[in-house]
Design a protein around this ligand. Structure first.
Ligand code: PLP
Length: 403
């Protein structure tokens, strides 16, 4: 056995952090890393934001957990605020993104069931999607590497190529209940769904009485400079799964829905033990205090512009390492010409944390509170890593192969 009793499901970097401060993570020996991974969009307000620390510690001294058999005032408050700020009328709280997606899928199926069409249970999804690691969400994501070896794929998901309207129209049949999509594919390689395509989805859903489910687990809660990424388009969902950023580091997820879409989710049909517990709700409400503050989302947009321009100049400077910059807001990707894993390792050597994504992309998700100075520092580190890679024989080889 190697070192620890843990499942070996994660290819972990040999790094452990002792504490975090804003955009920085610090190891036990005091080495400081600039965190442009932010727990994969989870630490939306950076590490140990004083307002979140205060909210959590205050709640910890009062009440940690009560069952959903009782009223939880923090839940009603957070649900009301989310409804107020979005298309939604109803909210169900979970502990994770995958659970929020499970609730979204169940909500869509129940909608048709209570409307007398129980045969409508299928959900159309898109290639490159990522919706979580439960049995249903790996079926929804449709990625072979996540499905393999886990028995028969959960029934009821039809996948079409990204952005292919014709295939989508063909996939919609008498059993279709919903269309599920990430407005920006995160795991799939920071692929932004064009606004026109999102609007086509909405129109198709209206035409066929399907529910439009958005997975904003990664793209939501200010990440793109709007509260939710779909707000950049004319497409309003019926159901939306969120998580990651809403907890700022505490495990929280939620499924949001219109009154109409949630009609089937009546007493007893769904539940959770931990979802929406008082600790989670205290932090979720505290995150919203900041994100909904006047000017906060504009500041995310301003920083995103600075970051994107700087990234574009790095791409110009190192064409042998990077191909292009993509993304929206502070959900940015650099498509690589060398293996993205080599780039991530080189960045880590330069003490900058980033995350891999599909399509040979390196993902950057700095905290939404990142400063312009920290962006400049991060870009310097990307430049340093790129220079090392450009000088290495492996990069040169890739360059030869590409030309
Ligand atoms: C992370 C993620 C999920 C899964 O969230 P978990 O909390 O890991 O279950 C689902 N969808 C998207 C788009 C994600 O980025």
């Amino acid at each position: 056995m190697s070192g620890s009793a843990l499942y070996e499901t994660f290819a972990r970097a040999p790094l452990a952090f002792e504490r975090g401060e804003g955009s920085w993570l610090v190891t036990e020996t005091g080495e400081r890393y600039l965190d442009f991974a932010a727990g994969i969009a989870v630490n939306s307000l950076g590490h140990c934001h004083p307002h979140l620390v205060a909210a959590l510690t205050e709640q910890a001294g009062k009440l940690w957990h009560v069952s959903n058999l009782y009223e939880i005032p923090g839940q009603s408050r957070l649900a009301g605020r989310l409804a107020e700020a979005t298309f939604a009328d109803r909210v169900f709280f979970t502990n994770s993104g995958a659970e929020a997606l499970e609730c979204a899928i169940k909500t869509a199926r129940r909608y048709h069931y209570v409307n007398g069409r129980p045969e409508r249970y299928r959900v159309v999804t898109f290639e490159g999607a990522f919706h979580g690691r439960t049995l249903a969400t790996i079926a929804a994501g449709g990625q072979k590497k996540y499905l393999e070896g886990f028995g028969p794929k959960v029934e009821g998901f039809d996948q079409v190529p990204f952005g292919d309207v014709e295939a989508l129209e063909k996939a919609i049949g008498p059993e279709t209940a919903a269309i599920l999509i990430e407005p920006v594919q995160g795991e799939g390689g920071i692929r932004v769904v064009p606004a026109s395509f999102m609007e086509t989805l909405r129109a198709l859903c209206d035409r066929h009485d399907l529910l439009l489910i958005l997975d904003e687990v990664q793209s939501g809660v200010g990440r793109t400079g709007r509260l939710f990424a779909h707000e950049w388009t004319g497409a309003v969902p019926d159901i939306m799964a969120i998580a990651k950023g809403i907890g700022g580091g505490f495990p929280v997820g939620a499924c949001l829905a219109t009154e109409k879409a949630a009609a089937g989710m009546t007493a007893g049909v769904h539940g959770t033990t931990f979802g929406g517990n008082p600790l989670a709700m205290a932090v979720g409400n505290a995150v919203l205090d900041i994100v909904l503050e006047e000017g906060f989302l504009q500041s995310v947009q301003d920083r995103a512009l600075v970051a994107r321009q700087a990234f574009a100049s790095v791409v110009d400077e190192f064409p042998q390492v990077f191909e292009d910059v993509r993304g929206a807001g502070l959900l940015l990707g650099l498509k690589c010409r060398v293996a993205n894993t080599a780039v991530i390792d080189a960045l880590r050597d330069a003490r900058l944390l980033a995350v891999g994504a599909g399509d040979n992309v390196v993902r950057f998700l700095p905290p939404l509170t990142v400063s312009d100075e920290e962006i400049r520092e991060g870009v310097e580190r990307i430049r340093a890593a790129a220079a090392t890679l450009a000088a290495s024989p492996a990069a040169a080889e890739m360059k030869k192969a590409a030309s």
